[in-house]
Design a protein around this ligand. Structure first.
Ligand SMILES: Cc1ncc(COP(=O)(O)O)c(C=O)c1O
Length: 266
């Protein structure tokens, strides 16, 4: 998903039919003279979309031609499946380098969520100011976390390759089970570890006496009645959708989805 920041964030249309990808034409329609920065996340949280290299390049050129800054979040760079390939925007379009910030971290590649270690790569003057702001706002990352992160990035990527094989299997399992639920349509994710199905076909009904008219309400009812946590799409600017993570065991995925399926088919 792409957002344009111009003081206020402008959210662009979401559609499973287009693989949740935004085109240069849509960017043209959304940009204003106040637009300063494009936030680009591929592989995407929450949709699992992965922009193909030619589209990453087209969007990078679009930003370069307009002098728009790019902040590209590459945290899921090693989690792509099938034919999808990750492409880094400043590598594809080197002319954006002096207006580009890359953010990344150890949370996904090294399964180190909770260690709170990430990094920014960008023009030296900007990094200097950001470091100063961060050191006053949150002080520094704990030394033990920094040492663990250094050990992780100094090692090889064999652990992430193993995880990717397991995620790929779980992705296909979750995608299949979701699409078997009446009224639920799930686009097959190509990266990260989320499915982002549309639940629009189950809205407008009553489930165990609760009127369910939004994904937000549906998530509450699923949590209360099936004891399964999903994240409603409203917070991502995508009403009617919800994010489900497949970063958990195969058995738990089957159990959780069978509870949701049973609840929705009552
Ligand atoms: C797109 C994206 N960027 C960055 C992060 C940051 O992870 P952490 O705060 O654990 O380093 C996440 C985690 O969910 C994410 O989805």
């Amino acid at each position: 998903m792409i957002k344009l920041a111009d003081g206020v964030v402008v959210e662009l249309p979401t559609s499973e039919e287009t693989g949740f990808q935004v085109t240069v034409d849509q960017l043209d329609a959304a940009v204003t003279e106040r637009t300063k920065m494009l936030l680009f996340v591929s592989p995407s949280n929450p949709s699992g979309a992965v922009y193909p290299p030619h589209q990453v390049e087209a969007i990078g050129r679009w930003a370069a031609e307009r002098g728009i800054w790019v902040l590209t979040d590459e945290i899921y760079e090693h989690l792509t499946y099938g034919d999808a390939v990750f492409s880094s925007m400043p590598a594809a379009v080197p002319e954006i380098a002096d207006r580009c910030i890359v953010v990344n971290g150890v949370a996904k590649t090294y399964a180190m969520t909770g260690w709170r270690v990430g990094w920014m790569i960008g023009p030296a003057d900007l990094i200097k100011v950001a470091s100063s702001l961060q050191s006053h706002a949150t002080s520094n990352v704990a030394n033990v976390s920094q040492a663990a992160a250094l050990a992780a990035i100094a090692g090889d990527l064999s652990a992430v390759h193993e995880m990717r094989t397991a995620f790929d299997r779980r992705r296909r399992l979750m995608h299949k089970l979701l699409n078997e639920m009446p009224g639920v349509v799930s686009y097959e994710p190509e990266g990260a570890f989320y499915c982002f199905p549309s639940f629009k076909g189950v809205l407008g009904r009553s489930i165990r006496g609760h009127q369910v008219d939004s994904a937000q309400r549906l998530a509450e009812v699923i949590l209360d009645e099936a004891k399964v946590a999903i994240v409603p799409g409203e917070g991502f600017g995508a009403p009617g959708y919800a994010r489900l993570s497949y970063a958990l065991g195969d058995d738990d995925i089957e159990e959780g989805l069978s509870r949701i399926a049973a609840l929705l088919s009552e």
